[in-house]
Design a binder for this molecule. Structure first.
Ligand code: FAD
Length: 391
């Protein structure tokens, strides 16, 4: 006899575990299927989470939290700096493996079932349910499927969920490093076309150093490690390398008959930082709730499941859209313009104070709205930047 579930979630990353937790919590018989032997492996993350991401995780402080961050230094291509440091923690560095395992335990505590070492190979939609074919030949049935497969999302694509607008190439090493301030992240602009480079201190003597580029992340990372500002502080060889894609610009539709896509599979990543955990967790809660309700009502139609698409866009759509514009704007700026921007902002003490007080990596648009008050650029420069932002 084939096992039948209300909701099957593919992938036990942060989005999958949270979606399974919320589906089970809403009374659906839920199964979570993960192809690896455990959650959180291989690590494809810098592990930097803002206040809202930590709150959305619903986890109590535990061994997954390594330490708190209070500020950042933004470096322009020629080395101009913008420094800020708040009086309270603004973000935390986590051990992604332990973080993902803690989220998975949360799903199991609400009654979700788990199968590890279980790769879903194919989904066939029947009238009111889907058959999931597993590697090894076994099949299970589910009324609603949630794809939380991550960036590649092969099954979601085959089911009709469109790919994101761009997939950036991320690469990072963990390396012995002379850290300037263990409570400050470094952001390096202009190191590769795509996003930026980062240094995330783990303690005074080691850091995660990485970047996101439009393509060939590893090659750009090699060049970044050779730049003066980084090279002179390297104190040994890398002890770990993480690579992975970062989807930016969510899919046009994230629900089709019988299936929802969530997290990286749906392109729910902040285009200003490449952070996917916060938006993934927010959307996963909505996905779990809608999937459970639809399964219990016996209505897995695209029309019913589009409630998920509407609700997550109401919660995150504007933030991701503004983020895409900022990402595009930074991508179009020359190194000289980035130097000018950083130099200009560094000379505005009231603006730096606003960043220290209101900086929020999960909802950067709130800070941007405040920052506008402190800008007094001449009209030509402002028009040029707005032109970039509006594409
Ligand atoms: C270099 C780099 C640095 C990053 N740094 C940060 C950061 O500092 N902060 C942040 O918020 N985000 C960061 N991100 C993004 C973040 O890692 C992702 O957004 C996040 O992991 C997405 O979670 P997810 O649950 O959607 O997918 P994933 O975490 O990718 O999980 C998908 C799961 O699905 C499983 N799976 C896939 N296919 C199948 C299948 N067919 N059957 C069964 N299981 C399957 C996989 O094994 C995996 O466990 C970074 C990404 C990169 C590449």
């Amino acid at each position: 006899m084939m096992d039948i579930f209300d909701v099957a979630v593919i992938g036990a990353g942060p989005a999958g575990s949270m979606a399974a937790k919320y589906a089970a919590k809403a009374g659906a018989d839920t199964i979570l299927l993960e192809e690896h032997a455990g959650a959180g492996w291989p690590v494809q993350c810098a592990g930097l989470l803002g206040q809202e991401a930590m709150a959305e995780s619903e986890l109590s402080p535990g061994s997954h939290v390594l330490h708190a961050m209070r500020g950042a230094t933004v470096f322009s291509p020629s080395g101009a700096r913008l420094d800020f440091k708040a009086t309270v923690p603004k973000a935390w560095v986590v051990d992604r493996r332990l973080f993902d395992q803690a989220l998975l335990r949360g799903a199991l505590a609400k009654g979700a079932n788990l199968r590890l070492c279980t790769s879903v190979r194919q989904i066939s939609r029947e009238k009111e349910s889907s058959i999931l074919s597993l590697a090894g030949g076994e099949e299970i049935k589910a009324k609603i499927v949630i794809s939380a497969e991550g960036v590649s999302a092969l099954l979601a694509r085959r089911a009709g969920i469109a790919p994101p607008q761009i997939i950036l190439s991320g690469a990072q090493v963990q390396v012995p490093f002379a850290v300037e301030d263990p409570e400050k992240v470094e952001v390096h602009l202009g190191v590769a076309p795509g996003l930026f480079g980062w240094v995330i201190p783990l303690d005074e003597g080691s850091a995660r150093i990485g970047l996101c580029a439009r393509d060939r992340g590893c090659e750009h990372l090699r060049s970044f490690l050779k730049t003066n500002v980084i090279k002179k502080r390297l104190q040994g060889s890398p002890v770990a390398l993480n690579v992975g894609g970062l989807p930016l610009g969510p899919a046009g539709v994230t629900a089709v008959a019988g299936l929802l896509a969530v997290g990286d599979a749906a392109g729910q990543v902040k285009p200003t930082s490449g952070g996917g955990i916060y938006p993934g967790l927010v959307a996963a809660k909505i996905a779990g709730g809608v999937a459970a309700a639809a399964a219990l009502e016996g209505d897995g139609s695209a029309l019913r499941l589009m409630e998920y698409d509407r609700l997550w866009r109401a919660a995150l759509g504007r933030e991701l859209e503004i983020g895409m514009r900022v990402n595009r704007m930074l991508g179009k700026m020359s190194n000289a313009e980035l130097d000018e921007l950083v130099g200009y902002l560094a000379g505005k003490p009231r603006l730096i104070k606003a960043i220290e007080e209101h900086g929020d990596i999960d909802r950067p648009s709130r800070l941007m709205a405040r920052m506008v008050r402190y800008l007094d650029w001449d009209a030509i420069r402002l028009t040029r930047l707005l032109g970039y932002a509006l594409g």
